[in-house]
Design a protein around this ligand. Structure first.
Ligand code: BEZ
Ligand code: FE
Length: 295
């Protein structure tokens, strides 16, 4: 009987898939097997190391529940989530190639703290009221890549508080998140706080892995945004606070230079929306461009 050797166990597994009916699944599994075998040969993995890896993946699964997704955190911290986001945008860019217009807004990781069903508020509402943090007026315009305004675009926004904690990490009440709709000119505006840097959850196996890798857990300050408009691709992105610590070493590799925004500070007085501020406040202006779905 032919017997596979160290160099061809992968080929033996791939040949065993001869009856696989799904060509894409066949392609993905063949490549996964080839690369996994190559990795083990490259590092000459020992049985004890392989068992440590299996125990790590078991602990990662055990840490997951409805509120905690340790596997996504693993994917985020190994740069895999960001790679999938970037591949998806590159695919969209290829479809748009040659079309006139501007580049779409860059996407970044969604992270684990999106909570569907946030309160739907009027433009200009203050979702930071009553929460510690520096008041910030966010505003901008949503257009397509040809510069046409997108009216009625759903804009979900969410961020952590001044201590870097999201509502879901504190309990069952939503805070510092809302859904808005752009006006007839594609404009949006709302008040919240200026987000601070914060650590990704570090009390599980992924935290221990990062520690052993000699890495920190922190993400630079950012406001999450998810945009949904009929006829356009969904966009999941952030506005990053320029000058925030960790912009150069985001624990999940999510920073794109085009998403880093100035947050100028203003003295107390009349804000751009006419509101009278009796303490210093910040503004953040960011326009977003969506890709038409046909692309
Ligand atoms: C976040 O930005 O909310 C996040 C992203 C990835 C992992 C953990 C948190
Ligand atoms: Fe976040």
């Amino acid at each position: 009987m032919a017997q596979p050797e160290v160099s061809d166990f992968a080929q033996a597994v791939i040949e065993r898939m001869a009856d696989c009916k799904d060509p894409r699944f066949h392609q993905i599994m063949s490549s996964l097997v080839r690369h996994a075998h190559a990795f083990m040969r490259e590092v000459d993995l020992t049985p004890a190391e392989w068992m440590a890896g299996i125990e790590f993946l078991t602990a990662t699964g055990k840490k997951c529940d409805e509120k905690r997704q340790e596997f996504i955190l693993l994917s985020d911290t190994l740069g895999l989530s960001m790679l999938v986001v970037a591949l998806d945008q590159a695919r969209g860019a290829k479809a748009l190639a040659g079309a006139p217009g501007d580049k779409p807004t860059e996407a970044t990781v969604q992270g684990p703290f999106f909570w569907p069903g946030a309160p739907q508020l009027e433009l200009g509402a203050d979702i930071g009221e009553g929460h510690p943090g520096e008041p910030t007026y966010y505003h901008g315009r949503v257009t397509d890549t040809a510069g046409r305004p997108i009216a009625g675009c759903e804009l979900d926004v969410w961020s952590g508080d001044a201590d870097g904690l999201y509502d879901m990490q504190k309990g069952d009440a939503m805070s510092l998140r809302a859904q808005f709709r752009t006006d007839e000119h594609g404009n949006y505006r709302f008040w919240s706080i200026r987000p601070t840097f914060y650590p990704v959850p570090g009390d599980g196996p992924v935290g221990r892995m990062l520690d052993k890798m000699g890495r920190h857990l922190n993400r630079p300050g950012h406001m999450h945004m998810m945009l949904n408009a009929p006829g356009h691709e969904r966009l999941v992105t952030h506005i990053f606070v320029k000058d925030s610590p960790y912009l150069d070493s985001d624990a999940v590799f999510g920073v794109r230079n085009s998403l880093v925004v100035e947050f100028p500070q203003h003295a107390p007085g009349r804000a751009p929306d006419g509101r009278h501020m009796n303490k210093p406040y910040y503004t953040a202006q960011f326009d977003l461009r969506l890709v038409p779905s046909a692309a």
